[in-house]
Design a protein around this ligand. Structure first.
Ligand code: GTP
Ligand code: MG
Length: 353
């Protein structure tokens, strides 16, 4: 028998490029002999469980954290999508401010403002100087610069413990003229799909969590019997939703009110929570009668989802029937006359924005 030769990396790359029949088991064996891969070892379940329990969870500082099981933990990712002004950037900025460790903030929209960070810090009595040390901002000008960031991102060895990686938004720079038309989908879609995968791999290796945002488009064949927001789809497609541990849809309510809806999660029941955007960033609804009503509606929705999921578990159903919306969605509830205290809270905030 002829002596077996070990293929070099260059040979393997050449084989893959020429689309020659490639046996991945042989490739893997060669890579091992070359010392390029380590055998995969099983993880101790108990060790992983204990680590998970003791992990610091990154917070929005609002009721939304409850939907995420207490916040974002290491290696988990959250996709935020929703219409303009629904609070994607606001949530990202607040989580950056509240993160105890270094934050890598990739702003592709040019919407990050240090003055807004300063305002949030001032309102919350936090030290702005710390933010300059903590938040490392990148503002790629085009998709190529965005792609290159995957290679050039700083490491914890260079900047200290990295707790959070944010990209706001992941898809904006792929909506330029160079990708116009369906014929370009085959080029841009794999890049959009791969980006969160690569970023999550980096985040995991750094011990960080990840947030990525995306805009929406309305389904061309929108169902007229559903509320507008139910016809909203995430730019980047369903594959983007599959990448995230938590998929959160945001929509606007009246005035400063917003609604966050957990569409999909690895480990939490689907839920819907109202919040507000104020000078201090994202906050819980003020404790008033009106707020109580909004929260009650959201809780009713959550209870329905829970009952449905329990039923599904019991009967092992495969399909998920639509949980009907409350007769009035929280966003549509008429605001009763406000008390002077509430008036000043809402009024001042509106004026401040
Ligand atoms: P796009 O990036 O345009 O898709 O929107 P987004 O979902 O990122 O919205 P963003 O998080 O930037 O939220 C914008 C909303 O926050 C707007 O309605 C602003 O009026 C509101 N906002 C920003 N600053 C303040 C403020 O100081 N006080 C209040 N009350 N609202 C503010
Ligand atoms: Mg934004």
């Amino acid at each position: 028998m002829p002596a077996q030769t070990i293929k070099t990396i260059e040979d393997i790359v050449q084989d893959l490029k020429s689309k020659k029949e490639v046996h991945m088991v042989t490739v893997y064996a060669d890579l091992r002999k070359l010392g390029k891969v380590e055998p995969i070892t099983g993880k101790s379940a108990k060790e992983a469980w204990l680590r998970e329990k003791n992990e610091v969870r990154l917070k929005t500082g609002t009721i939304i954290d409850e939907m995420l099981g207490g916040g974002l933990n290491v290696g988990s990712s959250m996709l935020l999508y929703g219409e303009f002004g629904s609070g994607k950037t606001e949530i990202a900025e607040c989580m950056a401010v509240l993160c105890p460790d270094v934050v890598i903030y990739i702003d592709t929209e040019g919407s990050f403002r240090w003055s807004r960070i300063e305002q949030i810090c001032k309102e919350r009595g936090l030290d702005m100087e710390k933010m300059f040390d903590k938040i490392i901002l990148y503002q790629p000008a085009n998709w190529l610069e965005q792609m290159m960031l995957l290679e050039t991102m700083p490491t914890p060895l260079e900047v200290g413990k990295i707790g959070l990686i944010i990209i706001d938004s992941l898809t904006k720079l792929f909506r330029g003229i160079e990708f116009a038309g369906r014929q370009e989908l085959g080029i841009k879609q794999p890049m959009i799909r791969e980006y969160p995968i690569s970023l999550t791999t980096i985040a995991k290796s750094y011990g960080a969590a990840m947030i990525f945002t995306s805009q929406i488009y309305v389904k061309p064949a929108a169902n007229p019997f559903l509320p507008d927001w139910a016809n909203e789809c995430v730019v980047g497609g369903a594959s983007l939703q599959h990448q995230a541990s938590y998929v959160v849809h945001l929509r606007r309510g009246q005035g400063i009110a917003r609604i966050a809806r957990l569409i999909d999660a690895d480990d939490q029941p689907l839920a819907e929570k109202p919040f507000v955007i104020t000078a201090a960033g994202v906050m819980d609804l003020p404790d008033t009668e009106k707020a109580a009503d909004l929260i009650k509606k959201a809780e009713e929705y959550e209870a329905k989802q829970r009952t449905f999921l329990d039923e599904k578990k019991k009967h092992g159903k495969k399909t998920v029937p639509e949980v009907s919306e409350p007769a009035q969605s929280p966003a549509e509830i008429e605001q009763p006359a406000q008390s002077p205290a509430e008036n000043s809270l809402l009024g001042e905030e509106e004026n401040a924005s």
